[in-house]
Design a binder for this molecule. Structure first.
Ligand SMILES: [Zn+2]
Length: 271
């Protein structure tokens, strides 16, 4: 049996529920869980490294005010809670540029606590997993995150960013050429890059997903809902590819789509 985790990043108070519904209904309708990495209290003036406003903020016009807690998106929260297939992971706190790449532990702890509080206030269950904005974690961030979450999902791992006490486990992961690993009782999941993205040629997307899924026991597939609605316009071709992926996953009795919670509770193997 192979396992797939669908991880969609950047849902925030300004996300129109209809966008998520359009992308993910074919997955939800087939009983496949969708893990949303939710920004608890989004900073509404976040810019990319090249100075543009983050696109997940502009799908529905100009944002206001400067910090928007997820609970402010009432229709979104109601929509997410009404659909048992959605599972919420914590995606930073405000999603500042490289928010969890800094080294000050009090600041990191404060952001983790604030993020958890905002999600709780909106009525969400405690998330099993943490996803750092831009998949960037400092060594100190790993320590603070690992003390609060059973699963950390990121792009890849580098020894210089990991707590030293994890180095022996990391060396074993490298030697065994494992995708995912465990340290300090936590599951550390990597992913093969954003295969379902407007940056990639559409023709090869389903094939690249197939290769990734068939190349290991557990594959984390990362997407960003706003990439399917750039400038507020639905990208029907890209959404179509996503729906093809849903059909392909459903056609394979040897593949199960699971949640981060399934990994945290050890219901599925990671390697
Ligand atoms: Zn993000």
């Amino acid at each position: 049996m192979r396992y797939v985790i669908l991880r969609d990043d950047d849902t925030n108070a300004l996300t129109p529920p209809a966008c998520l519904e359009r992308i993910y209904r074919p997955f939800l309708g087939r009983g496949m869980p969708v893990n949303l990495a939710v920004i608890p209290e989004v900073r509404t003036d976040v810019r990319t490294p090249d100075g543009r406003l983050e696109e997940y903020l502009t799908v529905e016009g100009s944002p206001d005010p400067r910090l928007a807690p997820i609970g402010q998106g009432r229709a979104l929260v109601d929509y997410l809670k009404a659909e048992p297939g959605y599972h919420v992971a914590q995606h930073g706190c405000h999603h500042d540029l490289f928010e969890f790449g800094v080294s000050g532990r009090p600041e990191l702890a404060c952001r983790l606590e604030r993020g958890a509080e905002v999600l709780r206030e909106a009525g969400f269950a405690r998330p099993a997993a943490f996803v750092a904005p831009y998949d960037r974690l400092s060594r100190e961030a790993y320590i603070e995150v690992a003390s609060r979450f059973g699963v950390i999902s990121t792009g890849w791992f580098e020894a210089r960013r990991l707590p030293r006490r994890w180095w022996a486990s990391y060396a074993l992961k490298k030697l065994g050429k494992r995708r995912h690993w465990q340290a300090g009782g936590r599951c550390l999941l990597s992913h093969p890059g954003c295969l379902l993205s407007f940056h990639r040629p559409r023709g090869g997307m389903l094939e690249s997903v197939r290769k990734a899924v068939e190349g290991g026991t557990l594959t984390v597939l990362v997407s960003h809902w706003w990439e399917f609605f750039r400038g507020g316009v639905p990208d029907a071709a890209l959404i179509g590819v996503m729906h093809e992926v849903a059909g392909w996953l459903a056609s394979r009795p040897d593949i199960r789509v699971v949640s981060f919670g399934d990994v945290a509770s050890r219901r599925v193997p990671i390697n």
